[in-house]
Design a binder for this molecule. Structure first.
Ligand code: NCD
Length: 402
């Protein structure tokens, strides 16, 4: 007697290895999925090969189709016939793409499967961005407002481009410094904007926590484009995608995050993300730029670059964020470069194939030597910019759906 169980929710493939997929039924989008770019299919295939025995080709293909079908926005929930090795097969409704968040305020509250889903979708947008016609309709008819209370070039441009490529109506608000004087001003601004019925609000603010506060006051999805020294989730996601593409995986890597950790929201978001994906994270910098609570973050700490970079797979450099410093944290920039600036000699302590990253803007001769930044064999700084647009497209697409 065959027992059939219907379940709504997601099936964690990785954590339930005693199940394997026999066949996908009612995957009404196989036709559309097959026309997706080869690189995407290859990536999914490699992922599936890790979790399923090599012989199960048909099964792997079904899983890949299932994922691709979702990317094509054909379906969110796919009925799946699952054969349990212990006995009875059953039908499970598998939400292939699991991204439940309503806002993207930080990495701290994202689950590893949500991060993976977002990166998988970003992979397809990276493909789209390489084609001649870089246009999709995921946000067609939706309104995106970018509110940057802090100067930004690349992040704002990246969000604007991402929204336009997805067909949204994008508006950039120039927020003057004077509007920051009172806490109420931010909320008042938010309420005014809310009355205009935006669907996505992209916010950068110099105060940690300001973006979460704003998210409580509006009815639309809010994306944090950097709040004070708190979080910068899309930067960590684009860094993760860059690492996954360069290294072929996003787990069991040694990642050295170097420089001004104390004032960096990029560092905080990356520590959350890389830790959730089971990597070894090492913070490297002078004690004056190391947050007092870093010892509780489950990371290694080094105050010498040569020790900190030893056997690293990834070297992530950070800018000295002077706009957030209230005093002198280093004797001089020259001295800082000598001890903590990334040059060929210090980099030689990392693995020979280690990649070099920087979120930008970069200060050559302060935290990084120009020749290292431009070394096409080591530096993936330009790739980070490319991945930024794809990740932001994926994030806004998912929030637009939710
Ligand atoms: C980062 C930021 O704003 O936090 N830059 C960015 O998003 N492009 C890092 C930095 O400013 O150093």
């Amino acid at each position: 007697m065959v027992g059939v169980l219907e379940r709504v929710g997601e099936v964690h493939l990785k954590t339930q290895p005693f199940w394997f997929f026999l066949r996908f039924r009612a995957c009404r989008t196989g036709r559309a999925a097959r026309s997706l770019p080869r690189a995407t299919q290859g990536h999914l295939r490699r992922k599936q090969q890790k979790h399923f025995p090599a012989k199960e080709t048909a099964i792997r293909r079904s899983v890949a189709w299932c994922k691709l079908a979702f990317h094509r926005r054909c379906t969110d929930v796919i009925p799946t016939l699952i054969w349990r090795l212990s006995g009875a097969p059953f039908v499970a409704y598998t939400a292939v793409m699991s991204f439940r968040a309503q806002h993207l305020l930080g990495i701290e509250h994202l689950a590893p499967d949500e991060i993976t889903s977002l990166l998988d979708l970003a992979e397809t947008y990276a493909e789209l961005n390489r084609s001649d016609i870089k246009h999709a309709e995921a946000l067609k008819g939706l309104t995106q407002i970018n509110m940057f209370f802090e100067a930004s070039t690349r992040t704002q441009a990246s969000f604007e481009l991402a929204g336009k490529r997805l067909g949204a109506d994008v508006m950039n608000m120039q927020m003057s410094a004077s509007s920051l004087k009172k806490g109420e001003t931010l909320i008042d601004t938010a309420l005014t904007l809310n009355a205009m019925h935006p669907d996505l609000l992209v916010v950068r603010h110099p105060s940690s926590g300001a973006v979460s506060l704003l998210a409580q006051k509006v009815n639309c999805a809010v994306l944090n484009a950097g709040d004070g020294r708190h979080e910068h989730p899309t930067q960590a996601l684009l860094d993760a995608l860059t690492i996954r593409r360069a290294k072929g995986r996003l787990h069991r890597l040694t990642i050295a995050i170097c420089g001004d950790i104390a004032h960096s929201r990029v560092a905080r978001s990356n520590i959350h993300l890389l830790g959730k994906m089971e990597n070894r994270v090492r913070l490297v910098g002078p004690p004056t730029l190391m947050p007092a609570q870093a010892g509780e973050w489950g990371v290694e700490i080094a105050t010498d670059m040569r020790d900190g970079l030893e056997d690293a797979d990834v070297v992530m450099m950070l800018r000295l964020q002077k706009e957030r410093m209230d005093g002198a944290f280093i004797p001089s920039e020259r001295e800082y470069f000598h001890r903590f600036g990334l040059d060929a000699e210090k980099l030689s302590n990392a693995k020979p194939d280690a990649i070099v990253m920087h979120p930008g803007p970069m200060n050559r001769g302060v935290e990084i030597d120009g020749t290292i930044a431009d070394d096409i064999n080591r530096s993936v700084i330009q790739v980070q910019v490319v991945m930024g647009v794809a990740v932001r497209m994926a994030a806004m697409d998912l929030l637009g759906r939710n």
